[in-house]
Design a protein around this ligand. Structure first.
Ligand code: DC
Length: 220
């Protein structure tokens, strides 16, 4: 199987760029952030205190997460319930960043991610794909952009959904989440030694997709 790892901070365009690359290359796109988000959503919904590792471990013991890949779309089931429509809120974003710091949570989700890459040609996006999940990935990309540019994209996305948002608050959240994701002890966000960094601050969407397709072609 062929695998492409794409890591980077939130809002760099990992998901949308990976989706387009997957379509063009005939790969399956796996958005691993959705797994952390789904677990965070479940924690919020069940009233689990995310800062309490024991409580989170108890939640893990009674939780089953499965990744469904159908027609290029991905869904996450938590104990059989499709939670995909509920995991894109700012509240779930922050909770996902918090819950992902817990080592047992990362271990809990590791198998699902590795198995998926064993069964399909994947382009998998996340924070630790090249460094931990798929250290032998064929192509490793660190996709990034300035915090301001990423906040601006997120701001526009939320405006389009008619959500009431303030740019400064979004920027603050982006910076806070970057800090949490890069400074955590277990599997922090960082480029692997052998990854290629692609900065999308000055690239538009199509240019970002082309750049990655070109890197894949070189390695195939
Ligand atoms: O990619 P995303 O914004 O949907 O991810 C949500 C959070 O999940 C992110 O802040 C950190 C965590 N995450 C992670 O720790 N490792 C991954 N491979 C993917 C996401």
């Amino acid at each position: 199987m062929f695998s492409v790892a794409i890591d980077g901070p939130s809002g760099a365009g990992k998901s949308s760029v990976s989706k387009a690359v997957a379509k063009a290359a005939g790969f399956i796109h796996v958005d691993t952030g959705a797994l952390y988000r789904s677990l965070a959503y479940k924690a919020l919904k069940s009233g689990t205190d995310i800062s309490d590792t024991d409580a989170v471990n108890k939640l893990l013991a009674r939780t089953e997460i499965s990744l469904i890949l159908e027609d290029g779309a991905q869904r996450v089931l938590v104990n059989g319930e499709d939670v995909t429509p509920f995991i894109r809120t700012e509240e779930v974003s922050m909770a996902a960043s918090n819950i992902s710091k817990i080592p047992s949570v990362r271990a809990f989700l590791l198998d699902t991610q590795r198995k998926t890459a064993e069964e399909h040609n994947v382009i998998m996006d996340g924070r630790d794909i090249a460094t931990v999940v798929l250290p032998n990935a064929d192509v490793k990309i660190f996709l990034t952009a300035s915090a301001e540019k990423r906040a601006e994209r997120r701001y526009k996305e939320l405006l389009e959904k008619n959500e009431e948002v303030e740019y400064n608050k979004i920027l603050e959240d982006v910076i806070k989440r970057d800090k949490q994701d890069t400074e955590r002890e277990t599997a922090p966000l960082r480029p692997s030694e052998d990854s290629v960094t692609v900065d999308t601050s000055l690239l538009d969407f199509d240019q970002s997709v082309d750049k990655i397709l070109q890197l894949i072609k070189e390695r195939m």
